[in-house]
Write a protein that binds this ligand. Sequence first.
Ligand code: AP5
Ligand code: MG
Length: 195
Amino acid sequence: MLNIVIFGAPGSGKGTQSELLIKNHGLKYVSTGGILRDKIKKGTPMGKLADSYISKGQLVPDDLVIPMLEDLINDNSSSNGFIFDGFPRTLAQGEALDVILSKLGKEITLVFSLEVDDDELMARLLNRGKDSGRSDDNLRVIESRLEVFHKQTAPLKTFYAKQGKLIEIKGVGTIEEIFDSIEKVITMHKEKWQK
Ligand code: AP5
Ligand code: MG
């Protein structure tokens, strides 16, 4: 079973690469940002609460996000594997994810960290902001998202490096080039996920 984390700063290409990976491997796609935006659109109480963080570029608190993820994973426990986009984002989320998966006899196979510098991230997100309709795709909020990434999320790289699961991928270049480098690593580690 293949369980992948697509890790990276806002705008690094997590969603773009996830889409291609799902097609190739038939994985259950878990995007916490996507789920939260859906709740905002529907105007649920959780959506309203989440919006107050997302529109400022801050993380939605762990005690809201982790139980949401746990339910989703348990409800899809018979899937072929998962691809996590935008989760985990804090050390507490990383630790919780390991516990949730281990209760089901599963574990994260590989973590792909998409490496893109801040200037390129800013350019991509400002460009997307022209028509994305996302409340967080504007200069002030992007700056805050990048700061939050470096302070609260980037430390997870050490967490996964210690587990021997972290693979750094150059996230600049064409979408296909980046996808190819991810696929090569997945194939190289076949023995870890093919049973
Ligand atoms: P989330 O939805 O996860 O957004 P994000 O991490 O800020 O990242 P993006 O979705 O903006 O970028 P991406 O890396 O997916 O890149 P994409 O493929 O779109 O989170 C949003 C918010 O929700 C958070 O700030 C937080 O408030 C909350 N949240 C979510 N998860 C949470 C959690 N676990 N805990 C707490 N809070 C949470 O690409 C970006 C752009 O670049 C696109 O226009 C794309 O077309 C373009 N692009 C992609 N690849 C390339 C390339 N190779 N070259 C040039 N352009 C490219
Ligand atoms: Mg995304």
